[in-house]
Design a protein around this ligand. Structure first.
Ligand SMILES: [Zn+2]
Length: 371
């Protein structure tokens, strides 16, 4: 997935470490599990960890973070993940021998088995990361089987399981997560669709019909990946900075964002939209249409039960979130039979979704299915 969407999944900037109050940190006080899995979400600044029991209960109900130190290179980052594992085991009081598997998720691009792209990635820019087998290195270090997913896929898997619970394997879903980029994932019968090269669910780089989406005279948007008119070229923070805001500022002379540094201005659009600013609403209307057109494509080759939207665009005041979701729904052209059975929903607990999805994938491996 695009590195940017990964950031939205991690939401490092919004994360707050919690004080140690064990009595409040356990989500459940169920009988001692026979075994557990641990989920480790590796972000640009922090690792977030969780524990999932054999019976499918999370033992942690909030963010538990440690520094990820990815900028210090692979060796130190692997040691930091091992420290995160130790810390979450200590916190929950589960014996280490009970940990059957660890789920790891990181921003991409990486292979289906957790080998970082040979060209590196935003979070893995040091040359030591290029082509690094992150999953394998962690597995060797901790001597516990490690299951890998990219963070968009992990969040999509969590959203699906949170929505359906015990009936997850009977349903399918697609999740579009808007961050710096547009990431997400596809879940079929409760399992992530990874693809042959680990590139399935790269929703941001699916071309969408642009006709009727843009205003008169608005330049055709371009994506960081080199494509013209893909979903991420409209529905992402980088799209606001690169494509949408420069155009819409020409339509609103004297707007407060005129003359503001583009990167800073792009980050202010969401809060302006929440307050009803007309320019900002034009931008999010176009993003909703782009996601709706992406979902229309998904409806024709996947026909999923649920269309999830996640990221900063729905981590907002309820009025704006409902407006945005309703605009996505209105822009998704479903057939009558599909309208009767399809649902639109928000990816929940986004800051914890990566770790939780990684844990769900690990648990699925342990119980003999593929996650
Ligand atoms: Zn693209």
């Amino acid at each position: 997935m695009q590195e940017g969407a990964a950031r939205s999944v991690g939401s490092e900037q919004s994360r707050q470490s919690q004080p140690s109050q064990p009595s409040q940190q356990l989500a459940h006080s169920s009988p001692d599990p026979t075994w557990v899995v641990v989920g480790l979400d590796n972000g640009g600044t922090c690792n977030n960890a969780t524990v999932l029991t054999d019976s499918g209960e999370f033992l942690v109900d909030h963010l538990v973070e440690n520094p990820s130190r990815v900028n210090d290179g692979p060796e130190i980052a692997v040691a930091s993940l091992a420290a995160s594992l130790d810390a979450i085991i200590d916190l929950t009081g589960v014996p280490r021998t009970h940990v059957r598997a660890v789920g790891l998720d990181t921003p991409g691009p990486a292979s289906a088995d957790g080998i970082i792209s040979s060209k590196g990635a935003t979070n893995f820019s040091e040359v030591g990361w290029h082509g690094f087998d992150f999953r394998g290195a962690l597995e060797t270090r901790i001597a516990i089987p490690v299951v890998y997913n990219n963070d968009g896929n992990a969040a999509a898997l969590y959203a699906h399981h949170a929505y359906y619970g015990d009936r997850a394997s009977e349903h399918s879903s697609v999740a579009a997560i808007v961050g710096t980029g547009l990431g997400g994932g596809v879940v079929e019968a409760g399992r992530i669709v990874k693809g042959a090269a680990g590139m399935a669910g790269e929703l941001g780089h699916v071309h969408i019909p642009i006709e009727g989406l843009l205003a008169d005279g608005q330049p055709t948007p371009t994506c960081n990946c080199g494509f013209v008119g893909d979903a991420e070229s409209v529905a992402s923070l980088s799209a606001i900075e690169r494509n949408l805001l420069p155009y819409w500022l020409t339509q609103y002379p004297g707007h407060p964002l005129a003359g503001v540094d583009p990167r800073s201005a792009a980050r202010q659009v969401r809060s302006l939209a929440e307050r009803g600013d007309p320019l900002a609403r034009e931008i999010f209307e176009q993003q909703a249409r782009a996601i709706g057109r992406l979902f229309t494509i998904a409806s024709n080759f996947l026909d999923p039960n649920v269309y999830f939207v996640g990221g900063g665009v729905v981590e907002t005041a309820p009025e704006f979130r409902e407006w945005f979701l309703s605009r996505v729904r209105a822009s998704t052209a479903l057939r009558g039979e599909q309208i009767d059975v399809a649902h639109f929903a928000v990816v929940p607990d986004l800051d914890m979704a990566g770790a939780r999805g990684a844990a769900i994938a690990a648990r699925a491996i342990v119980i003999g299915t593929t996650g």
